[in-house]
Design a protein around this ligand. Structure first.
Ligand code: C3B
Length: 830
C-alpha cells in the first residue's frame, strides 16, 4: 500500500488529542465545506460526528467480517421502533475518548457540550418499547453478541410537542433535515416488497401444486446502516433501517404529460411508506398504511437475512442454527407468514420443513396486555394487501387447530380462542396468536406481566404449550443512563470501585456498605444537587418556571395514559396545595412536581389531562400563599435527551400505574439507578425493584393486580362513595369541576370527572387515592431527614445491578436465541 495513504489512515484512526483536533479541522473544510470562521454549531457537530465515525469504521468492518468468516449464529431484532436519541456522547463514551475529544475541541476554542447540543434527537419510537430496543442494541454490542437491529428509517420521527395555552400541539419532527452523519446509505442493498395483486396456482416441475403472487405493486426497500458502538469499542454491530424507494419500472417514458404526472404521483405515494412513525403508544389504530409499514420492513429484513445465510449454505436446514429472529411485539408478526412464503414459494421448501425452520428461528416478546393494543387486522385487508399471506395464515391455522388438544376434546370455545382468526364481527387475524404459534419462545417483560400472560390473554396457549412462555424482565443500559447521563454520580462510583460497573452493573453491590458512610453520603448528595441545578436551569429555560433546587423533585415522566395515572398525581398535587394554604404556619417541605410526556394526538382524554396539569401549574405557581413550597412544571417535548437531564436529578420516582396494567416500565429502573426513591404500585417491574432495594427503601401503596381485578369484576365498586368518604379528594374534584383551574371554561374538565364518577373509574384512581396520599406524606416526611433519605437513595442506586439490559440480553442470548459472544478478529490495520 502507498505509504502516504497508510499514514493518513492511521492518523484517521488515532484517538489522541492532536490527531482528533487535526481531523476536526480537516473534516470541517473538506467534508462539511466550511471554514472555521463561518462554521455554525451544527457544522461542528457534523464535523465531530464524521471524525468519530472514522474511528469506528475499521472495527465495524472487523466485526462484520468476523461474523461472516466464522459463520456465527446472529440475532436479528425486528422492531418498528428504535428510540435512539443522540449518538455523539454515546459513541465517544463507548470508545473511551470523551476527555480527548473535549480537549481537542478546547484547543479549537469550542465546548464539547455545545457541539453535543447541536445533535437532533433521533426519536424513531414512541416510548418504552422503542427505548428498550435501543438499550438492547447497546447491550448486544457491549456484550460482543452478534446482533442486528432491523427497522424503518422514518423521515419524521415522533412529533414535537409544544404547548399552546397549555394544550398539546403537535409539530413535525424533521430530524433528517440537515442530514445524518451516523448513517451509511446503501443504495445497492435493495429488496422488492410486493403489495396487492392476486395468487395464481400452478403445477411445479414435479407436478405438485404451487402458488405465485402476481400483478402486485412493488416498492423497493433501501438499506441505511448505522454502526452500533459497544462499550470498549471492540464490537461494532449494525442497525439497518429501511427506506421506501419507488421501483424503476415506474414509467417515466411516457411523453404524454398526464401519464408522466401519474407516474410521479405513484412514486411519491410508494415512498410514503417510510415517511412517518405512527404516534400511538400501546394502542392500535388499524390503518392500512401502518400495516403496510409492518410488512415492508419485515419482508425486507427477512430477505436480507436469507441472502446472508445463503452466502454460506445451499439449503435451509441450518437456518435455525444461524439466525434467531426476535419479534419486538406483534408489529413484525406478519414475518411468520412471510418466512413461510419465502421458503415455500420462492425456495421450494416443503411446508412441514418450512414450518419447523420458521418456529426454530422466531421468538416473540409481548409488551402489553391492554386489549386495545392487541393487533388484529381485518381479514379483508389482508386478502387485499397480502393475498398470499392470507392463504398461508389459513393453512397455518387449519394445521394448528387440527392438532390442538381442543380439537381432540371437541372444545369449541377453546378452539375459537386458539384460532388465528377472530370470527366475531368482521373477521380479523390475531397477530398475537400468529406470533405465538410461529415462535419457539414467547416472553413477557417482567415477572408479574409474564404470570398475567399465562393467566389471561395466552391462557389457552399456555395450556397447549406449557414451556413456551418465559420471563425476561426488562433492563436499561448503564452506559447511557448512568455513565453518560450522570457524570457526577458516575465519577463518584468509579472513584470508589473503579470502572468495572460500566460493563458489569452487578459490581454496584460492593458499594452498598457506603450507604452508612457519612462522607460518601455527603458526596452522593453533592452529585445529586449538581444534577438538580442543571435540571432547574433547563426547566427555567424551557418553561420559564423557576424552581427551588432544595425542594423534593417529584418526577413523573412517561407517555400520558390513563392507566399510568398522571391524573392521580395531579389530584394529589391539588390536595397538597390545599393543605399548604390551609396551614400557612406549618413548616412545609418544599416539593416540585415535575411532569413530562407526550399524548397520542387523537387521545383526547390524555390531552385533557395535560391541559389540567398546565392549568393547575398556572394557579399554583402564581399563588404567593404557598411561597416556594410547591411548584408544578410540565416540561414540553419529552424525549431521550430530556430524560438524560431529568433522571439524574430526580428525588422521587412516580410509578403509579393501576396494578396489572404496566407490563414492566423501564423509567422506573432509570430513576432508581440514579438514586431516586420510588413511590409506586405493585405493578410491572416495580415488584422486582422492591425486592431488589428492600421494602424499607421504596414507597409501595395501593391495590395489588389481583385486588384491582376482583374490585372491578365484583361490579360493586362505587367511586361516588369513595369520594364522599375522602374530603381532600372531594374538595380537589370540586375545585376542578367548578372551574377553579379553568375560570375561562369551567366545564372544561367535565369529561375527566365524568370518567371518574359516572364512568366507573376504570383505572381505579379514586380507589387508590388515599393510600397514595399516605405514601406521599411518608416520602415527604422522610425527605426532611436528609441523612436517612440519602442512605436509602444510595441503596437504590447500588441495588440496581440486576436491572442492566446486559443481564436481560444475556438471558435472551442463553435461553431464547442460542447466540454466543465472539470478540472480533482485528484486521491488519492495527
Ligand atoms: C411498553 C410497556 O408499556 C412498558 O411497560 C414496557 O416497559 C415497555 O413497553 C418495554 O417492554 N409498551 C410500549 O411502549 N408500547 C407498546 N405498544 C406496548 C408496550
Amino acid at each position: 500500500m502507498d505509504a502516504r495513504y497508510r499514514t493518513r489512515d492511521i492518523e484517521r484512526r488515532s484517538l489522541d488529542v492532536d490527531a482528533l483536533k487535526r481531523s476536526f479541522l480537516e473534516w470541517l473544510v473538506y467534508s462539511v465545506g466550511k471554514d472555521a470562521r463561518a462554521a455554525t454549531r451544527r457544522d461542528w457537530f457534523h464535523t465531530v460526528a464524521l471524525a468519530v465515525r472514522d474511528r469506528v469504521v475499521d472495527r465495524w468492518m472487523d466485526t462484520t467480517r468476523t461474523y461472516y468468516t466464522h459463520d456465527v449464529k446472529r440475532v436479528y431484532y425486528l422492531s418498528l421502533e428504535f428510540l435512539i436519541g443522540r449518538l455523539l456522547t454515546n459513541s465517544l463514551a463507548n470508545l473511551g475518548i470523551i476527555d480527548e475529544c473535549r480537549q481537542a475541541l478546547d484547543r479549537i476554542g469550542l465546548s464539547l457540550d455545545e457541539v453535543v447540543d447541536a445533535e437532533p434527537d433521533a426519536a424513531l419510537g414512541n416510548g418504552g418499547l422503542g427505548r428498550l430496543a435501543a438499550c438492547f442494541l447497546d447491550s448486544m454490542a457491549s456484550r460482543n453478541l452478534p446482533g442486528y437491529g432491523y427497522g424503518i428509517r422514518y423521515e419524521f420521527g415522533l412529533f414535537e410537542q409544544r404547548f399552546e395555552h397549555g394544550w398539546q400541539v403537535e409539530y413535525p419532527e424533521q430530524w433528517l433535515q440537515f442530514g445524518n452523519p451516523w448513517e451509511f446509505a446503501r443504495p445497492e442493498v435493495l429488496y422488492p416488497v410486493q403489495f396487492y395483486g392476486r395468487v395464481e396456482e400452478f403445477r411445479d416441475s414435479v407436478g405438485e401444486r404451487a402458488y405465485r403472487w402476481v400483478d402486485s405493486e412493488r416498492v423497493l426497500a433501501m438499506a441505511y446502516d448505522t454502526p452500533v458502538v459497544g462499550f470498549g469499542g471492540k464490537t461494532i454491530n449494525t442497525l439497518r433501517l429501511w427506506a421506501a424507494r419507488a421501483t424503476r419500472d415506474f414509467n417515466f417514458g411516457h411523453f404524454n404529460e398526464g401519464a408522466y404526472m401519474k407516474a410521479v404521483e405513484q412514486k411519491i405515494l410508494s415512498e410514503n411508506l417510510s415517511r412517518v412513525l405512527y404516534p400511538n403508544d400501546a394502542t392500535e389504530t388499524g390503518k392500512e398504511l401502518r400495516f403496510k409499514q409492518e410488512y415492508f420492513f419485515t419482508s425486507a429484513s427477512l430477505q436480507d437475512i436469507l441472502r446472508r445465510y445463503l452466502q454460506h449454505h445451499s439449503d435451509f436446514d441450518q437456518l435455525p442454527n444461524k439466525a434467531a429472529i426476535q419479534l419486538n411485539d406483534t408489529h413484525p408478526a406478519i414475518g411468520i407468514a412471510e418466512m413461510m412464503r419465502l421458503l415455500v414459494d420462492q425456495h421450494a421448501v416443503k411446508w412441514d420443513k418450512a414450518w419447523e425452520i420458521t418456529q426454530g428461528c422466531f421468538s416473540y416478546t409481548n409488551h402489553t396486555l391492554l386489549p386495545e393494543a392487541l393487533e388484529a387486522w381485518p381479514v379483508r385487508l389482508l386478502e387485499r394487501v397480502l393475498p398470499r399471506h392470507m392463504q398461508i395464515i389459513y393453512e397455518i391455522n387449519a394445521k394448528f387447530l387440527n392438532r390442538s388438544s381442543a380439537r381432540a376434546a371437541h372444545d369449541n370455545a377453546r378452539l375459537s380462542h386458539l384460532s388465528l382468526i377472530d370470527e366475531r364481527g368482521d373477521r380479523r387475524v390475531r397477530m398475537g396468536n400468529l406470533a405465538f404459534i410461529g415462535s419457539h419462545k414467547v416472553n413477557g417483560v417482567s415477572a408479574l406481566h409474564t404470570e398475567l400472560m399465562k393467566q389471561t390473554v395466552f391462557a389457552d396457549f399456555h395450556a397447549e404449550f406449557p414451556d413456551r412462555i418465559v420471563n425476561k424482565t426488562n433492563g436499561i443500559t448503564p452506559r447511557r443512563w448512568l455513565h453518560q447521563a450522570n457524570r457526577p454520580l458516575s465519577d463518584l462510583i468509579t472513584s470508589r470501585i473503579g470502572e468495572g460497573w460500566i460493563h458489569d452493573l452487578s459490581a454496584l453491590d460492593a458499594l452498598k456498605p457506603k450507604a452508612d458512610d457519612v462522607v460518601f453520603r455527603e458526596e452522593f448528595r453533592r452529585a445529586k444537587r449538581k444534577n438538580k441545578k442543571r435540571l432547574a436551569a433547563y426547566l427555567a429555560r424551557q418553561t420559564g418556571v423557576e424552581i427551588n433546587v432544595d425542594s423534593l423533585f417529584d418526577v413523573q415522566v412517561k407517555r400520558i395514559h390513563e392507566y399510568k395515572r398522571q391524573l392521580m398525581n395531579i389530584l394529589q398535587t391539588i390536595a397538597l396545595y390545599n393543605d399548604m394554604r390551609d396551614s400557612p404556619t406549618v413548616t412545609w417541605t418544599p416539593v416540585t412536581k415535575i411532569f413530562a410526556g407526550k399524548a397520542a394526538p387523537a387521545y383526547h382524554m390524555a390531552k385533557l389531562i395535560i391541559k389540567l396539569i398546565n392549568d393547575v401549574g398556572k394557579v399554583v405557581n402564581h399563588d404567593p400563599s404557598v411561597h416556594d413550597n410547591l411548584k408544578v412544571v410540565f416540561l414540553p417535548n419529552y424525549n431521550v435527551t430530556a430524560a438524560e437531564i431529568i433522571m439524574p436529578a430526580a428525588d422521587l420516582s412516580e410509578q403509579i400505574s393501576t396494578a396489572g396494567m404496566e407490563a414492566s416500565g423501564t423509567g422506573n429502573m432509570k430513576l432508581a439507578l440514579n438514586g431516586a426513591l420510588t413511590i409506586g404500585t405493585l405493578d410491572g417491574a416495580n415488584v422486582e425493584i422492591k425486592d431488589a432495594v428492600g421494602d424499607d427503601n421504596i414507597f409501595i401503596f395501593g391495590l395489588t393486580a389481583e385486588e384491582a381485578n376482583s374490585l372491578r369484576q365484583g361490579g360493586a365498586y362505587n367511586p361516588r362513595d369513595v369520594i364522599g368518604a375522602n374530603p381532600a379528594l372531594k374538595r380537589a374534584l370540586d375545585m376542578i369541576s367548578t372551574g377553579v383551574f379553568s375560570p375561562d371554561d369551567p366545564s372544561r374538565y367535565h369529561p375527566i370527572l365524568q370518567s371518574l364518577i359516572d364512568g366507573g373509574d376504570h383505572f381505579l384512581v379514586t380507589a387508590d387515592f388515599e393510600d397514595y396520599c399516605t405514601a406521599h406524606d411518608d416520602a415527604v416526611a422522610l425527605y426532611r431527614d436528609t441523612e436517612e433519605w440519602t442512605r436509602k437513595a444510595i441503596l437504590n442506586t447500588t441495588s440496581m445491578g440486576w436491572f442492566s439490559s446486559d443481564r436481560t440480553v444475556g438471558e435472551y442470548a442463553d435461553e431464547i436465541w442460542g447466540v454466543k459472544p465472539i470478540i472480533p478478529d482485528e484486521g491488519d490495520h492495527r
